[in-house]
Design a protein around this ligand. Structure first.
Ligand SMILES: Nc1cccc2nccn12
Length: 290
């Protein structure tokens, strides 16, 4: 199936900047969520989970149809906790009912990354809500237990190479894991709401202990109270992945550039845009002195 991005019925940069600003102001006003982590990280996770169902083999899944709004996908056990993100976006959708769910879920992640001092993420609208019958089955999101071989095989479904996989996982500097949601427990340092390349430095420099958490799952813990999933740790166990981990640990600009590229690829996987389709780069609230 071809997913053609549609012309946004006369909506332009100004209209989408209004949606961006509404999300960004709500993020700024709602800081106490999740031990003062704020909603940024969970909105990024929603943009990933609503896009991470993509399968290059039949061009199914992905962000286009906004099917995360249907209960089969929203109730995927691997998406536990994301109701906080879709509830956060409900009033935004009510204020801008002309936006598609696919555009809203992806724009929520773009807004969060930029407002958390991350790179500018070029974004294209035009996703069209599809019928509930098009909702992909559970089982397409990644499990956190695998080794490097598992990780490489999993991301091949997206068409991502080793460099793209390592760049994408850097988003795990955001937020934290919650025993009641994912079965992993990750007390995180005091800036889980700042986008940086610190994930790679932590991965390389902390003294990690592989131990069982209170849900009976094995995870890596460090003295400073950081955690890594087995699939995170795989990136330093594999020599090919390790070269990129070192590159990004030493060069935040390289990380920002490569993350921006793979994140756009993730959010647009499976969508056909016309050459004339506009790409938008939004201003942060700070840049607008809002
Ligand atoms: N914050 C967070 C979420 C998910 C996975 C993960 N690994 C390290 C940190 N981290």
């Amino acid at each position: 199936t071809i997913h053609l991005a549609k012309k946004e019925n006369g909506k332009d940069l100004q209209d989408f900047q209004k949606v961006y600003n509404a999300i960004a102001k709500k993020l700024r006003d709602d800081k106490e969520y999740d031990d003062h982590t704020g909603y940024g990280p969970v909105l990024v996770r929603l943009s990933w989970h609503s896009s991470g169902t993509y399968d290059k083999r039949d061009n199914s899944g992905g962000s286009y149809g906004g099917t995360f709004r249907f209960k089969k996908e929203a109730n995927d056990p691997l998406s536990k906790g994301l109701k906080n993100a879709t509830d956060f976006l409900k009033p935004i959708f009510d204020e801008f009912p002309w936006i598609s769910h696919g555009d809203l879920y992806t724009l929520g992640g773009v807004t969060s990354i930029q407002e958390m001092q991350g790179p500018k993420i070029p974004w294209r609208p035009g996703r069209v809500d599809t019928d509930e019958s098009t909702t992909p089955d559970n089982g397409r999101l990644p499990e956190p237990y695998g080794d490097a071989h598992w990780v490489r095989n999993y991301y091949d479904r997206f068409g991502f190479n080793d460099q793209e996989v390592v760049a994408l996982l850097g988003a795990h500097i955001l937020g934290r894991t919650h025993l009641k949601n994912s079965g992993f427990d990750g007390p995180w340092d005091d800036d889980p709401d700042i986008f940086s390349n610190q994930f790679y430095a932590n991965l390389l420099n902390e003294d990690w202990k592989f131990e069982k958490n209170d849900a009976g799952n094995m995870q890596y813990d460090s003295k400073k109270g950081f955690m890594m999933l087995p699939t995170d740790y795989a990136l330093r166990q594999d020599p090919k992945y390790l070269t990129y981990v070192k590159k990004y640990a030493n060069d935040q600009d390289a990380f920002f550039e490569d993350f921006k590229n793979v994140y756009v690829k993730l959010l647009e996987n499976g969508i056909t845009f016309e050459k004339s389709s506009p790409t938008y780069v939004f201003k942060t609230l700070k840049e607008q002195k809002e």
